[in-house]
Design a protein. Structure first.
Length: 147
């Protein structure tokens, strides 16, 4: 999705994409689209996820699911109620340091995990905040590569 039609058309032509979208709602409600991947800033994930659920589409949301437990629960319950698959994308498992830790665990080199303590020590960055308009602009980055 791209708000600038010239850019959207150019991208679609260069990548042999038959359709392009200028608005998120047009993409989400297109009957030929089966699934949506949301990679906007986290505070807009709920906004788009609920639109995707209303459209009855499979959804994958980039991490983190949302900025709050309540919003995450709302999304989860909405998709569960509608019996629509919902996925959250966590890519860390493919990073070298995580693969190494997995290897150590599998080989029993560091013993059994009995407890994990994780402390978030950094506040949310302004880059991770948005309003719906910015969220729609960010959504285009995701959708350009998929549809």
């Amino acid at each position: 999705m791209e708000r600038n039609e010239v850019k959207a058309k150019d991208y679609a032509e260069r990548h042999q994409i038959k359709k392009y979208y200028l608005e998120a709602d047009a993409l989400i409600n297109d009957n030929e689209v089966d699934a949506i991947y949301i990679a906007t800033p986290p505070d807009s994930h709920k906004y788009y996820a609920l639109k995707v659920a209303e459209a009855g589409k499979i959804c994958c949301i980039d991490k983190p699911m949302t900025s709050s437990y309540i919003d995450s629960l709302t999304i989860y319950e909405t998709f569960k109620e509608k019996n629509i698959p919902l996925f959250i994308a966590y890519y860390r498992k493919s990073l070298t340091r995580f693969k190494k830790i997995k290897e150590w665990l599998d080989q029993n080199n560091i013993g059994h995990v009995r407890h994990i303590n994780w402390t978030l020590t950094k506040p949310v960055s302004d880059l991770d905040k948005s309003d719906a308009t910015i969220g729609e602009q960010m959504l285009k980055l995701l959708l350009e590569g998929i549809f």
